[in-house]
Design a protein around this ligand. Structure first.
Ligand SMILES: *Cc1c(COP(=O)(O)O)cnc(C)c1O
Length: 228
């Protein structure tokens, strides 16, 4: 059943690429496995997926300890500075860096371990009270401050768009994110690649792909609904 769900999501991503003239190679599906057991991750892993998303530091620590080493763990949830130590040694990419303060905590841990940590700057594109992330007009300043930290590498932007019934409703948000990313890339800031754009979830990943997402984070459509 999970395999059928996965295949459905993958084919919808392909179709969105085709509609928008994008190369499917540019889009990576992250299977968001938060709250789900290792056995379900193994089922999706067996289909060739290597990118998994989690939002709790301890879950990344625990799951990475028992699942294959070639999994790329994506930290997508709010990160407290005292939990950074669980994530830095294990995450392939930290999507949710929304302050210089958090960036500095990651820097400190990464320096200790002699690692360079790829990060994304999180943007609150719709200005929702409940969401983390900086305002669009604060994004360049955050990117510049993170880029100055030698053990971080700023690879792009991430957003959690509003929860919607129809993904089409978020097209404007995704378009703004893409523009923001292009504008910042054009500044050629040292230590900033801006090659990644993390946006799109179960409710809106096809629209996100059409508007330029390079990473889509899909949980429910693959693993089913979550019981918290
Ligand atoms: C849970 C979560 C997702 C996946 O959400 P679904 O609606 O289940 O696809 C994506 N991104 C973030 C940041 C999340 O916390």
């Amino acid at each position: 059943m999970l395999t059928d769900n996965l295949k459905d999501v993958q084919s919808r991503i392909l179709a969105a690429c085709r509609r928008s003239g994008r190369d499917p190679e540019e889009v990576t599906l992250i299977a968001v496995s938060k709250t789900k057991p290792a056995s379900m991750i193994e089922e999706i892993y067996a289909q060739g997926v290597r990118d998994f998303g989690e939002n709790r530091p301890q879950e990344i620590r625990d799951k990475s300890g028992i699942l294959p080493d070639d999994i790329r763990w994506h930290m997508i949830g709010q990160l407290q500075t005292n939990k950074v130590k669980y994530v830095v040694p294990r995450a392939a990419l930290i999507h949710s860096v929304d302050s210089v303060h958090l960036g500095e905590a990651i820097e400190k841990e990464a320096a200790k371990l002699g690692l360079t940590v790829p990060v994304l700057a999180e943007v609150n594109i719709a200005g929702e009270e409940s969401k983390s992330g900086v305002r669009p007009d604060e994004t360049e300043a955050l990117v510049r401050a993170l880029a100055a930290l030698p053990h971080l590498r700023v690879e792009g932007l991430m957003t959690i768009a509003p929860f919607v019934e129809n993904g089409e409703e978020n097209r404007g948000c995704f378009r703004e994110m893409k523009e923001l990313s292009v504008d910042i890339k054009a500044k050629n800031i040292d230590n900033v690649t801006m090659c990644r754009l993390s946006m799109g979830m179960t409710c809106d990943f096809e629209t996100a792909v059409e508007e330029g997402a390079t990473l889509v984070r899909v949980g429910t459509a693959i693993f089913g609904s979550r019981n918290y």
